[in-house]
Ligand binder design. Structure first.
Ligand code: ZN
Length: 401
């Protein structure tokens, strides 16, 4: 018997003017608390002390009592506490060398969001009311929530294009493991293609991406021509943000469909790892998929593999997947980026990316057999502990699958 998976359902919503004002205030306070706590932690660090979550929580109580930050009392305390938890998580992944040192949140650059746990919202008859609000949110139910499902955490956000979103984290009993398959696949994040599979299939960016990019460039040029501080400039900026948002949405959608398909079709999936902490950037190697999108895609593969009883294996990113002949195993000395096809001394002719995908697959399967340097599955049978297991709950987002 498996416990239901947690998954996030994300929707647009239309706030009233009062709700929008309340949320903007909350976003501001969430950011303020995060930055204050980050500052406190950084200062303590210089003195050789560590400040943990509980200590920042006590600080929050003090800040709320002070005249300077009196305004923190105007909003719900739940998102403020959550903000401190997020900072704790950011530090944990920094200490685990998975991310760089936490940065201050800026009003302009950071995504405006607030997270509410159970005590910060009411869920009744399919209506969601947040703390400090009289009326429920007017959610656009673009797809139904499965029957009997209730949110345990709610995240409200607004993007730079001015669109409002609410994400409901729920236990979903309708997700069940799929029947086992024998197929395995290696996935290479390509230089010219989005992804290349060991089966020989090459996946490109969605067709509209290029056109959207041209529109973006045009809108950015228009923005640059507008006078600073003018109303037209503000309008042009929103236009740029809208195009950015659309590109991101479409890419997100594309990666969702792709990851669902690959997880459904294959029992074992092998991917390249990406250690953000110690990344030695090779500037020449600009991938068709950005590092951010790639890490997002891998997390999609991983949580979906968890849902459906599949396995994802990571191999070291610096494994020489392009230089190795997948037929005879000979290592080539050099492999210039512009060499798309090559012939090995053994006589085998390779497409560069397909060869790389095959090597990734072989390395993953070999490691899996030997138990060598393999990241364990996220949910080992209870009682077993695994070294590299993540402490964070798995968070899936469901968008038009
Ligand atoms: Zn060879």
């Amino acid at each position: 018997m498996t416990t239901p998976v947690k998954r996030a359902f994300k929707y647009r919503f239309r706030p009233t003017a009062a709700q929008a004002a309340e949320l903007e205030r909350t976003f501001g306070c969430v950011r303020k608390v995060y930055n204050l706590a980050l500052d406190a932690r950084a200062t303590a660090w210089q003195r050789g002390e560590r400040v943990n979550y509980n200590a920042t929580s006590a600080m929050l109580t003090e800040w709320k009592r002070s005249d300077a930050f009196d305004y923190l009392n105007e909003v719900s305390c739940v998102p403020l506490q959550q903000s401190l938890r997020h900072l704790q998580t950011a530090f944990t992944s920094f200490w685990d060398k998975r991310t760089s040192y936490p940065r201050f949140k800026s009003r302009k650059k950071s995504r405006a969001s607030a997270e509410y746990t159970k005590s910060g919202f009411r869920w009744r008859d399919g209506k969601l009311t947040l703390a400090k609000m009289a009326a429920p949110l007017d959610i656009v139910w673009s797809r139904p929530l499965p029957d009997g499902v209730e949110p345990s955490t709610v995240t409200v956000s607004r993007d730079s294009a001015g669109r409002w979103f609410v994400s409901l984290l729920c236990k979903d009993p309708t997700v069940e493991p799929l029947p086992k398959r024998k197929t395995t696949i290696g996935i290479d994040a390509g230089v010219t293609h989005l992804l290349t599979l060991s089966t020989g299939e090459k996946i490109t960016n969605p067709r509209h991406e290029l056109r959207d990019r041209e529109r973006l460039a045009k809108a950015q040029r228009a923005l640059a021509r507008k006078q600073k501080g003018s109303a037209n400039r503000a309008k042009a900026r929103v236009k740029v943000a809208r195009i950015h948002a659309r590109i991101a949405d479409r890419r997100h959608d594309h990666l969702h469909k792709l990851s669902t398909r690959l997880v459904r079709e294959n029992q074992t999936l092998v991917i390249e790892d990406l250690a953000v902490g110690n990344m030695v950037r090779n500037r020449k190697l600009s991938r068709a998929i950005s590092d951010a999108a790639w890490s997002h895609f891998r997390s999609m593969l991983e949580y979906k593999a968890d849902w459906y009883g599949r396995k994802v294996i990571r191999v070291d990113r610096w494994f020489p997947s392009s230089k190795l002949c997948s037929t005879c195993g000979a290592l080539q000395d050099t492999m210039p980026l512009n060499m798309r096809e090559w012939t090995c001394a053994c006589g085998a002719t390779h497409d560069r990316d397909i060869n790389a995908a095959n090597n990734i697959l072989a390395a993953g399967l070999a490691a899996s057999v030997c138990g060598d340097d393999v990241r364990p599955q996220r949910n080992p049978p209870s009682g077993q502990s695994s070294v590299k297991q993540k402490t964070q709950p798995v968070r899936g987002e469901v968008l038009a699958l």
